[in-house]
Design a protein around this ligand. Structure first.
Ligand code: ATP
Length: 259
């Protein structure tokens, strides 16, 4: 596949009014149809990077999607292509789940109502939360809200999907379910997806590609099995870890302690 069809960052910078967090970041190619996992310690700049890509923080340099620089586009045009799911949904929204997803769908130029509703219900079914369709958002649990946020993001049909810790409030079953769905939809829609997680084993198991940030700098960019090594675990997180095959042959990380 041509590298021009995916996402490429050149001399990318991001930060806040008085504080630059990321300087001159270069990422050669994040492929379409693949899930890239973004790892890094607390405060390393993961959310800042995702928010800047979505146009929600200051950004400089080039953010090329299929060769087109998103930073040069008006915000409304970029918002059609890029969806960012924050770590938590805004509080105090008194809509029911179905309405909130239809609002997101309309914001990106949706369909007519019967078709709209069928598409939303199908997505809720795939996420295993169709029973929550008529519940109010402000009466859901943390994990249920997170699943609704994911439905709001997926319904908008972005070309670049940025998910900031979408698993943090989910139980083990939903973590697997969500990563499977995100992977399936990323492939089916042939989009670029970047997911922030803290669980190294999720990255190993579900990532097609891994980026690791530390202090706003890229310290690894490659296949999960190539970049998640005892050396990077020590360098990035200050832990002693082993990467071992489990009984089914899949790689897993075991942490023995601090370095
Ligand atoms: N609104 C803000 N204004 C100024 N600095 C900020 C702001 N938000 C975050 N920062 C700073 O930017 C740096 C990177 O924060 P960021 O939230 O991007 O990290 P992260 O890698 O997503 O962390 P975590 O894993 O803890 O969510 C931190 O030092 C943080 O203090």
């Amino acid at each position: 596949m041509s590298p021009h069809s995916g996402l490429c960052l050149r001399g990318f910078g991001a930060g806040y009014h008085k504080r630059q967090i990321i300087n001159n970041l270069n990422i050669a190619h994040l492929p379409r149809g693949k899930v890239t996992i973004l790892l890094g310690p607390n405060g390393s700049g993961k959310s800042t990077l995702l928010r800047a890509m979505a146009g929600l923080n200051n950004a400089q340099g080039e953010l090329l999607l299929a060769g087109e620089n998103l930073l040069a586009q008006p915000f409304a045009r970029r918002a059609e292509q890029v969806v960012y799911l924050p770590q938590s949904l805004p509080a105090g929204v008194h809509l029911h789940v179905l309405e909130s997803i239809i609002v997101a769908q309309r914001a990106s130029g949706g369909l007519h109502s019967a078709e709209q509703q069928a598409q939303v219900m199908d997505l809720l079914r795939q996420l295993g939360i169709e029973h929550l369709a008529l519940h109010f958002l402000d009466q859901l649990s943390g994990g249920q809200k997170q699943l609704v946020g994911l439905a709001q993001s997926l319904i908008r049909q972005p070309s670049l999907l940025l998910l900031d810790e979408p698993l943090s409030a989910l139980d083990l079953n939903y973590q697997f379910h969500v990563m499977d769905l995100v992977k399936r939809e990323t492939q089916r829609r042939n989009i670029v997806t970047v997911v922030v997680v803290h669980d190294i084993n999720i990255a190993l198991r579900h990532g097609d590609h891994v980026l690791i940030l530390k202090n706003g700098e890229l310290v690894a960019d490659g296949l999960p099995g190539d970049v998640i090594t005892p050396q990077t675990l020590a360098q990035v997180y200050g832990v002693r870890g082993r990467v071992e095959p489990c009984s089914q042959g899949m790689k897993q990380v075991i942490i023995d302690g601090l370095t």
